[in-house]
Ligand binder design. Sequence first.
Ligand SMILES: CC(C)(COP(=O)(O)OP(=O)(O)OC[C@H]1O[C@@H](n2cnc3c(N)ncnc32)[C@H](O)[C@@H]1OP(=O)(O)O)[C@@H](O)C(=O)NCCC(=O)NCCS
Length: 184
Amino acid sequence: MSEARPPKTAVERLAAFAGTDLEDLCDAAEDAIKAGGGFGWLAAPPRHIMEAYWRGVLLVPERNLFVGRLDDTICGSAQLARPPRNNEAQSFAAQLTSNFIAPWARGHGLAKRIVLAVEEAARAAGFDILNLDVRATQEAAIQLYESLGYRRWGVHPAYARVAGVTLPGYFYYKRLAGEDAAER
Ligand SMILES: CC(C)(COP(=O)(O)OP(=O)(O)OC[C@H]1O[C@@H](n2cnc3c(N)ncnc32)[C@H](O)[C@@H]1OP(=O)(O)O)[C@@H](O)C(=O)NCCC(=O)NCCS
């Protein structure tokens, strides 16, 4: 009898959609939204809106898309967002946003690898700080970020509203180049 093999996992920066990538990314995002963790979306939008959203992400010059694959199928993503050029005072700080993994692909370490890939890209682009924020109810994400050394610096008491309930949110940062880098 043959043993079940572990699934193949991969994380990469995606500059263009190939094959079924766009469809798979839409499917994964819809699954995550239905499970209650949809980076802002509370209900899955019509497919053409979702497709336009992802195509838009690839077109925005200040954004990079990172995806995770389980057995070659895209199952989640995150984005690195750089500050706009006019924001010279915050040109040392980038944002990690829209991080999710479809429920069926969780627990394989993909979210962690995606965050590390975003950090690496931000570091390589010369950023000293990575900022992110998360709903206070997203316990897995909070655990993930805190285990990777993100520091919670603030709580917003009215961060999101879900089904009429206003929820707090947590704000985090991580110094990418060591403790003193941000004070240069
Ligand atoms: C948060 C999320 C992205 C994690 O995805 P994942 O691929 O399952 O995470 P990983 O397998 O990479 O886990 C890495 C670490 O995250 C934490 N973690 C992941 N799932 C967890 C859970 N259910 N409970 C507690 N901690 C969890 C752990 O610290 C874990 O490390 P460990 O396995 O060494 O204990 C996923 O649960 C998700 O999409 N949630 C909804 C969307 C969301 O909250 N996004 C964040 C918005 S900023």
